[in-house]
Design a protein around this ligand. Structure first.
Ligand code: MN
Length: 200
């Protein structure tokens, strides 16, 4: 039993079908994320990061420790923002206003976010984050990178590693990204914007 443990999903493995299959969730959470947790726990002893938080490791470490910690943080944010039947199809309140202010409209935001996800070369993540002034930005982060490394507050992310969609969509990454909007829990994203919740 290491310092970090595999997060429990806040829904059943089949809850996100047909957007994400039970098999994909099973491998993604039960195999890929579990491996990152086991790898990080194995690398921690003697690293100097034994007492560090996940966020501290992601901002200060390098090499395998950074890669595995980054993937744990990224996946915890990813899995927690999904819901079987979200209560609303788009954000409301301050987040909705900021999206219109910074992208023109919710539709324009979705188009740009999907495009940045579809065009990210190789493995990585597309993110919506807030900067220190509250301005919203979309960034492409390769491999295990996270916007907190740039001083940003991560709000929403789509995983574009092939393991996130290949069983269900094969090479059709854009189709997978377009479908993900159906299962985004905007209450979680709004909570992150208000710093009410990050991973808990
Ligand atoms: Mn993944």
């Amino acid at each position: 039993m290491g310092k970090f443990s595999l997060m429990a999903l806040p829904y059943e493995a089949d809850a996100l079908q047909p957007v994400i299959s039970k098999d994909t969730i099973g491998f993604h959470h039960g195999k890929h994320l579990a491996a990152y947790v086991n790898n990080l726990n194995a690398l921690l002893p003697g690293s100097g990061f034994e007492e560090a938080s996940l966020e501290e490791i992601v901002c200060k470490a390098s090499g395998g420790i950074l890669n595995n910690a980054g993937q744990i943080l990224n996946h915890e944010l990813y899995f927690r923002q999904l819901a079987s039947k979200p209560t609303k199809a788009e954000p409301t309140g301050a987040l909705a206003e900021a999206i219109v202010r910074d992208f023109g409209s919710f539709e324009a935001f979705k188009d740009e976010f999907q495009k940045k996800g579809a065009t990210l070369f190789g493995s990585g993540w597309v993110w919506l984050s807030a900067d220190k002034d509250g301005k919203l930005v979309i960034t492409q982060e390769v491999n295990a990178a996270n916007p907190i490394q740039k001083g940003l507050t991560p709000l929403l992310t789509f995983d574009v590693w092939e393991h996130a969609y290949y069983l269900d969509y094969q090479n059709r990454r854009p189709d997978h990204l377009a479908a993900l909007w159906q299962i985004i829990d905007w209450n979680v994203i709004e909570g992150r914007m208000k710093n009410e919740i990050m991973r808990e």
